[in-house]
Design a protein around this ligand. Structure first.
Ligand code: KIV
Ligand code: NA
Length: 265
């Protein structure tokens, strides 16, 4: 399979072919998700929750991210690799450049940052230096304390307008991809139509250009309550991890996932 590039993802958006993204944090699962044919692998700071047992992404460090990024890169085949920039690793433009460079040198092809227009300067600085950036709006878990919990974002008309404005501004600053987390499906549909870059949703309905899930959530091994937007693909795969990931890939490509039961109105 040819390596997935940003121009290829752009072409998929144009053709209406859904982009499949999943998280992975180690060499074994990097191989499994590649073999299942995912387009993009995210080394998310959700590794704090699922790999390290933390109850938020706030304590995750650059060292944690580099450690896991390196492992995933070693067994990656064709997927485009995104590394999350962890909490406070992009507080200033200087820090952003230095930390993004470290993640790229650990094997990332793109870095992801959470937030709106305050990030435009950093997004431009990275883009100007050839580091592709994925923005992340809606529920941004690093801001959980400011948000007051893990809740749907953009339900109020003013918040929806602001999210559309932030998305446009980040794209104009050079962002090459956007993740929308926990936003009403209709708003995600509008933003996906307004932007020229691919928009990847999680809890954002079926009308984004692609989907992302946390691997452990879709395998049904996350302790506690499964997030509404996730789905246990292991249930239909008879305990075969490879088949579960392949079922997710097929469901996204065929627009069978997410359904209304995984989405917010
Ligand atoms: O860290 C993560 O896994 C993420 C996705 C949920 C988008 O940021
Ligand atoms: Na993340």
């Amino acid at each position: 399979q040819p390596k997935i590039t940003l121009p290829r993802l752009q072409e998929m958006k144009k053709n209406g072919d859904k982009i499949v993204v999943i998280t992975a944090y180690d060499a074994s699962f990097s191989r499994v998700v590649n073999e299942a044919g995912v387009d993009v692998v995210l080394v998310g700071d959700s590794l704090g929750n699922v790999m390290l047992g933390l109850d938020s992404t706030v304590p995750v460090t650059m060292q944690d991210m580099i450690h896991h990024m390196r492992a995933v890169a070693r067994t990656n085949q064709h997927a485009l690799l995104i590394a999350d920039m962890p909490y406070m690793a992009y507080a200033t433009v200087e820090q952003t450049l230095q930390n993004a460079a470290a993640l790229m040198q650990a094997g990332a092809h793109m870095v992801k940052v959470e937030g709106g227009t305050w990030l435009c300067e950093s997004v431009k600085a990275l883009s100007d230096r050839g580091i592709p950036v994925c923005a992340h709006l809606g529920l941004t878990p690093q801001s959980v304390d400011a948000l007051g919990g893990y809740k749907v974002q953009g339900r109020e008309p003013e918040a929806a307008t602001k999210m559309r404005f932030d998305a446009e501004a980040l794209q104009a600053s050079g962002a090459r991809m956007l993740v929308l987390e926990c936003v009403p499906s209709e708003l995600a549909r509008i933003i996906s139509g307004e932007l020229t870059i691919p928009v990847i949703g999680i809890g954002a309905g079926v009308d984004t250009d692609g989907q992302v899930l946390v691997l452990q959530d879709m395998l049904g091994i996350t302790p506690g309550k499964r997030p509404k937007f996730s789905h246990n693909f292991m249930a239909e795969a008879q305990g075969d991890i490879q088949a579960a990931v392949a079922a997710y890939v097929a469901a996204v490509r065929e627009k069978r996932f997410p359904g209304p039961e995984h989405s917010f109105s």
